[in-house]
Design a protein around this ligand. Structure first.
Ligand code: G4P
Length: 529
C-alpha cells in the first residue's frame, strides 16, 4: 500500500470524559465491533481494564486504576483505528493532557444525567488550546437524564463549542428505544432488553415503516418528528471545516452499556474524523506524506522489568515510514539510535513490528536516552512542539528518610519525573527538591515506586504554594530583579527555567502587577513559542 493510502486509512484518537461517564464501557464496545476483543455479556469496567489495557505497572494492578496510558489498535471496515487510552482518575489529568498531543481528534463522553462536569470542562480547555476536533457522545440515555435540548445548550455554553446533533434519541430512560440519524435519515430501534449484543430491531430509511409504529407507538413517532423539526430550526448544518478546526462538535446520543447508538457513532466517526494531520515543529510544519520519517515521544513507562531497568517510550509517527533496525537521529542528543524491537499494541498484546506509518503509536525500548518531547528524524534537525508541562497546583518538598540511599532517591526522583508523572523543581540554597503535581495521588505513586523500584524512602512535606508559573522576560535585568527580590519564591525546572511559586492567587496578582515586564506562564510550552 502507498504511504498516502496508509495515512488516509488511519484514525488516531482518544476517548475522554469525566470519570464514570462511560469512557471504558464505550472503548470496550468499540473494541468489540473491531473484533479486537470477544467478550460476551456486559463486562465490568475494571475487568476490561485488566484484559484490554496494558498492565505494565505493579501499582496499577494494586490500585485497580489505570495509571498508564496505552494504545489499542484494531481494523474496522478497512480503517486502522488507534485509540489512545487515558487514565480515568483526575489526579492523572496531566498524563491525559499529554496524550492529547498525540491524537488527531477526540470523542468526549458526557453522562446524560450529569451533563458537563469538572473534568469535561478541563479536558475541553486542552482540546481548545490545540484546536483538536471534538465529537461528543451523550451516554446513559437509558437512564432518566436531562432533556436533550437542554443538554446541547449546556454543552454549548459550558464548553464554548457549537454543537450539531448527528443522531437524535428516540425517547429516554426506560423508554429509550433507539436513535434517528439526521444525516442518513435512518432509524435504528434496538431490542429493549439489556444485552451486550443489542439487537437492532429496525434499521430503516422508511419513516413510514409499519414496524416502527408497532415497536415505538404513534405517540413517540409524532414526538420524534416534532423534535426533529425543532432540531433543524435550531441548529446549523454540519460543516466539516468547522469541525476540523475545533469550532463545531457533532453530537451522538446512546447508551454504551446497552450498545445503543455506538455503531452509529463509530461509522460516522470513521467517515468524518481526520486522518493523521500535520505536526508543528519549531523549525517547520511536518506533513504526514513526507517521504522521510519524523516522530515524537509523548509518554514513557519506566522500570517495566525491575531486573533490567528498561523503559518503554511511546512514539507517535508524524511523517514517512518508521522501520525496525534503521538508524534514526535523536535531535536533542544529536545522536543516532536504532530500535531492534519496536512494539505495536494490538488490543491485549504487544507485537514487534517492522514498520509503522503516520498516526501509529509504537513502543520503543530504551535505557534512558529518550525523554517526553524528544523528536526522532532521518537526519533533519527538527523539534516537534506542543508537549507542554502544566502549571502544578500541589507542591511538596521531598524529605529523604534514609540518608544511606540518597543517590537512589536522586536517581528515582529524576527518572520518575522524566516519565512525566510529576514535575521536579530545584530550589537554592540547599538543593531542595520540590515535586509539583496536579493531583494528590501522584505522591502516593511516587513514594511507592521510589521504595519498590529504587529502594529509597521519602516523605513529602506540604509547602504553602498553590501554583508554580514559569517566568520569562525580554528584559534580562527585570527577570534577574524578580529572581533576586523574591528569592524564597523562585525555583528552577529541569531545563533550568525559573518558576515563581505563588502562595495564593491574590499574591500572584500582586507580584504580576509589581513586575509588569515579567511574563508568567501556566504551561511550559508557551515559553518556546
Ligand atoms: P469511566 O471509564 O468513564 O470512568 O466509566 P465506566 O465505563 O467505567 O462506567 C462507569 C459506570 O457507568 C459503570 O457502572 C458502567 O457500567 C456504567 N455505564 C456506562 N455506560 C452506561 C450506560 O450507557 N448506561 C448505564 N445505565 N450505565 C452505564 P459501575 O456500576 O461503576 O460499574 P459496573 O460494575 O457496572 O462495571
Amino acid at each position: 500500500m502507498e504511504l498516502n493510502d496508509e495515512i488516509n486509512r488511519r484514525r488516531t484518537f482518544a476517548i475522554i470524559s469525566h470519570p464514570d461517564a462511560g469512557k471504558t464501557t464505550l472503548t470496550e464496545k468499540l473494541l468489540l465491533f473491531g473484533g479486537a476483543i470477544h467478550v460476551a455479556g456486559a463486562v465490568k469496567s475494571n475487568k476490561i481494564r485488566k484484559t484490554v489495557t496494558s498492565d505494565f505497572l505493579e501499582i496499577e494492578k494494586q490500585r485497580g486504576i489505570s495509571v498508564a496510558t496505552s494504545v489499542m489498535t484494531f481494523d474496522y471496515n478497512g480503517k486502522r483505528i488507534n485509540i489512545l487510552d487515558t487514565p480515568g482518575h483526575k489526579d492523572f489529568a496531566e498524563d491525559t493532557y499529554r496524550t492529547l498531543t498525540a491524537v488527531d481528534s477526540v470523542i468526549l463522553v458526557v453522562d446524560s444525567a450529569k451533563g458537563v462536569e469538572e473534568q469535561t470542562r478541563k479536558l475541553m480547555e486542552v482540546c481548545r488550546m490545540r484546536a483538536t476536533p471534538v465529537m461528543i457522545f451523550i451516554n446513559k440515555m437509558d437512564r432518566d437524564g436531562k432533556d436533550p435540548f437542554d443538554l446541547l445548550e449546556e454543552l454549548e455554553q459550558e464548553l464554548k463549542i457549537a454543537t450539531c446533533p448527528f443522531t437524535w434519541p428516540i425517547g429516554n430512560g426506560v423508554n429509550f428505544k433507539g436513535v434517528y440519524n439526521l444525516y442518513r435519515k435512518s432509524i435504528q430501534v434496538y431490542s429493549p432488553q439489556k444485552s451486550n449484543k443489542s439487537e437492532i430491531l429496525i434499521n430503516s430509511t422508511d419513516i413510514d415503516d409499519p414496524k416502527l409504529r408497532e415497536h415505538i407507538g404513534q405517540k413517540m413517532i409524532n414526538n420524534l418528528w416534532e423534535e426533529i423539526d425543532m432540531v433543524s430550526d435550531l441548529f446549523d448544518s454540519f460543516h466539516n471545516n468547522l469541525y476540523a478546526e475545533g469550532y463545531l462538535a457533532p453530537v451522538f446520543f446512546g447508551s454504551a452499556l446497552n450498545n445503543f447508538g455506538v455503531l452509529e457513532l463509530l461509522e460516522n466517526f470513521l467517515e468524518i474524523a481526520p486522518h493523521p494531520l500535520n505536526a508543528a515543529a519549531h523549525e517547520r510544519l511536518i506533513k504526514p506524506s513526507e517521504e522521510t520519517f519524523a516522530g515524537f515521544i509523548f509518554k514513557i513507562h519506566a522500570n517495566l522489568d525491575l531486573n533490567h531497568r528498561n523503559r518503554i517510550a511511546f512514539l507517535r509517527v508524524c511523517s514517512g515510514k518508521f522501520e525496525r533496525n534503521k538508524l534514526y537521529y535523536h535531535t536533542r542528543l544529536n545522536k543516532k539510535m536504532r530500535f531492534s524491537s519496536p512494539a505495536a499494541f494490538l488490543a491485549r498484546s504487544k507485537n514487534t513490528i517492522d514498520e509503522a506509518f503516520p498516526g501509529d503509536v509504537i513502543g520503543l525500548y530504551d535505557t534512558g536516552n529518550l525523554k517526553i518531547g524528544d523528536t526522532l528524524t532521518e537526519g533533519e534537525m527538527l523539534h516537534i512542539k506542543g508537549i507542554p508541562s502544566f502549571s502544578p497546583e500541589i507542591l511538596k518538598e521531598v524529605v529523604n528518610r534514609n540518608p544511606l540511599k540518597t543517590k537512589q532517591l536522586e536517581k528515582g526522583v529524576r527518572q520518575l519525573t522524566d516519565e512525566g508523572l510529576a514535575q521536579l523543581f530545584i530550589q537554592q540554597p540547599g538543593n531542595r527538591k520540590i515535586i509539583g503535581t496536579v493531583g494528590e495521588l501522584q505522591y502516593d505513586v511516587i513514594k511507592y515506586r521510589l521504595e519498590h523500584e529504587y529502594g529509597a524512602k521519602c516523605d513529602f512535606q506540604v509547602l504553602p504554594f498553590v501554583k508554580a508559573c514559569w517566568i520569562t522576560s525580554q528584559n534580562k535585568k527585570k527577570l534577574n530583579e524578580i529572581i533576586q527580590r523574591r528569592a524564597g519564591l523562585i525555583a528552577y525546572d529541569k531545563s533550568n527555567t525559573p518558576v515563581f511559586l505563588a502562595e495564593s492567587d491574590w499574591m500572584l496578582k500582586i507580584v504580576k502587577e509589581a513586575h509588569p515586564e515579567v511574563e508568567f506562564h501556566s504551561t511550559s510550552e508557551l515559553l518556546k513559542e
